[in-house]
Design a protein around this ligand. Structure first.
Ligand code: DQA
Length: 139
């Protein structure tokens, strides 16, 4: 099973950025934990701060991979273009958030992407990514 994780803007700074919200682990070290937990999966990782690059990655893998775990960061709340890309590809996308966006500012309560995703997982810290992978395995 081929799973693509896509992280959007500012998520390259996990472990450095707003640790009280996002924790102190870098994504790279968490990714190693995920890979050793699921040796049967091919887990690919891509991060970009650029909206168009996230869309290009979705186009590239969105007709061949089995699932996408997508944390689009702040683009979640703004991007019609990423929402359209999710609708355009065949691969199911699970939206994830590290923080519980519903406990935070009101502008984080709305997702432009969620309606085009298989489902949404938010608020479980880095474990949100694992829960999304579990949902893709179970599909
Ligand atoms: C986030 C929540 C977003 O509102 C925020 O802009 C992020 C991270 C999360 O993982 O909790 O960059 O997607």
């Amino acid at each position: 099973m081929n799973i693509q994780i896509i992280n959007g803007p500012n998520l390259n700074l996990l472990g450095v950025r707003e640790k009280s919200i996002y924790g102190d682990s870098s994504f790279e070290s968490y990714l190693e934990t995920l890979k050793s937990r699921y040796p049967q999966l091919n887990i690919a990782y891509y991060q970009s701060n650029v909206e168009g690059e996230i869309i290009n990655k979705l186009h590239e893998i969105g007709f061949s991979f089995d699932g996408v775990v997508m944390n689009a960061g702040a683009y979640t709340h703004t991007s019609v273009a990423i929402a359209d890309a999710i609708a355009a590809v065949k691969t199911p996308v699970v939206e994830v958030h590290i923080s519980n966006v519903y406990k935070r500012e009101e502008f984080r309560h709305h997702s432009m992407l969620a309606a085009n995703c298989k489902g949404v997982i938010a608020g479980f810290g880095m474990d949100s990514y694992r829960l999304a992978i579990e949902s893709l395995i179970a599909q």
